[in-house]
Ligand binder design. Structure first.
Ligand SMILES: [Fe+2]
Length: 390
């Protein structure tokens, strides 16, 4: 087994050899010639310093100690200033250990070899030193790489935080603008709905307030049934517009005090389709036109205009249908006096599960006081509309 195995080196290293004896320089050059190094020689310390100043990128400097004019230790003291990263090897025949240690300290020498040297030992020592130097260089390179990447990450993070801050500020501003715009739209829609319901009421003074009352009662029932705020809003809006289609029915029929003929009844019935045709093109946030179209449908299919049954009728329409009956029966009409709150409640109880949704009827029964008296007490505001789609 080779006691001096050489490690493969990653780089081609430059080595400077200094000795005042040309024969020794020749021998060393011959020894190192086959090892792939970039070799340079100098016959004196002064020449060696000159070479270093011109090209300070040597990996290794090997110098004799006893040279005329300047010792190897003195040479290395200057050489380390010029080329601090180079490894320094002193060749000497000097045997005084204390003096040698002192010389090593003052010259910053990494290794000294005593003459005469063994070829294999010298090659091995040089190889090991350069191998360790490569490791140090590689570690330093990796350290610098990590440091650089950390700095880049920090910078990136800083930029990212700034971008997020700016984006958040913009989003906050946009949210404020949207909120303001939403409030304006809400007010406009509320005003429009109220104005539309007033137009219908103006044509039939006997039912003045009917739409607002139905809206309030339907809203209370929807709340009792634990529907979402958006659904309650939709039901209130639909309630306040549910008879808008009566605008297409002659006022004489609407206000006729006596019993209506079959034809007159049929004309009254057109108000659901009329309302749908008026409202279908308006972009409400909920299906208002559809709800109103169905508010006279009954769960047994006996209603109009389509004769829908059960859950084919929108829940909102089922609620408004009950609220409509409650309010209409309890109020005065040109063709009859008010039937009263009790009679109205009896009607929906009697037809619970037949004409009216049992859950809606149960919600009315579960309200104490009854929805009819509650809506009069609380004077529910019917036109507060949100823009969420139901
Ligand atoms: Fe109606």
């Amino acid at each position: 087994m080779n006691p001096f195995p050489l490690s493969p080196l990653k780089y081609r290293h430059s080595i400077l050899l200094i000795d005042d004896e040309a024969a020794i320089l020749d021998i060393m050059t011959m020894m190192l010639a086959d090892e792939g190094y970039d070799l340079h020689t100098a016959g004196s310390a002064a020449e060696g310093l000159k070479i270093l100043k011109e090209s300070p990128n040597f990996s290794l400097i090997i110098s004799d100690h006893m040279m005329p004019g300047m010792t190897g230790v003195q040479f290395f003291a200057q050489a380390r200033e010029i080329c601090p990263n180079a490894l320094r090897v002193l060749l000497t025949g000097y045997t005084d250990m204390d003096a040698m240690i002192d010389a090593i300290n003052s010259g910053g020498i990494h290794l000294y070899l005593t003459k005469p040297w063994q070829r294999d030992e010298l090659l091995y020592s040089i190889n090991q030193m350069l191998s360790k130097a490569e490791l140090i260089i590689e570690n330093r390179r990796l350290d610098e790489l990590v440091k650089k990447q950390n700095e880049e990450l920090l910078e990136l993070n800083k930029n990212l935080e700034e971008k997020v801050r700016i984006k958040t500020r913009h989003l906050d501003q946009r949210a404020d603008e949207l909120k303001t715009s939403y409030e304006k739209t809400r007010l406009i829609l509320s005003g429009t709905v109220l104005a539309m319901s007033k137009i219908v009421e103006s044509r039939d003074p006997y039912t003045a307030g009917h739409e607002q009352q139905v809206s309030a009662i339907a809203g209370l029932i929807a709340q009792k049934m634990s529907l979402s705020n958006d659904q309650v809003e939709a039901i209130r809006v639909a309630g306040s517009l549910h008879d808008i289609g009566k605008i297409g029915v002659p006022a004489e029929i609407l206000t006729k005090p006596g019993r209506l003929s079959w034809l007159e009844m049929e004309m009254i019935k057109t108000h659901t389709q009329n309302a749908y045709d008026i409202l279908k093109t308006i972009e409400f946030p909920y299906p208002i036109a559809q709800i109103i179209l169905q508010h006279h449908e009954r769960i047994d299919g006996s209603g109009y205009p389509q004769g829908l049954q059960g859950e084919d009728i929108l829940l909102a329409a089922r609620i408004i249908g009950v609220a409509d009956v409650l309010e209409a029966m309890s109020a005065h009409r040109p063709y009859r006096p008010a039937l009263g709150m009790e009679a109205a409640m009896d009607e929906i109880v009697k037809n619970r599960g037949v004409l009216y949704d049992p859950n809606v009827v149960d919600a009315c029964l579960g309200m104490n006081p009854s929805p009819l008296s509650r809506q009069k007490i609380y004077k529910v505001k019917v036109c507060s509309i949100s823009l969420h789609v139901v």
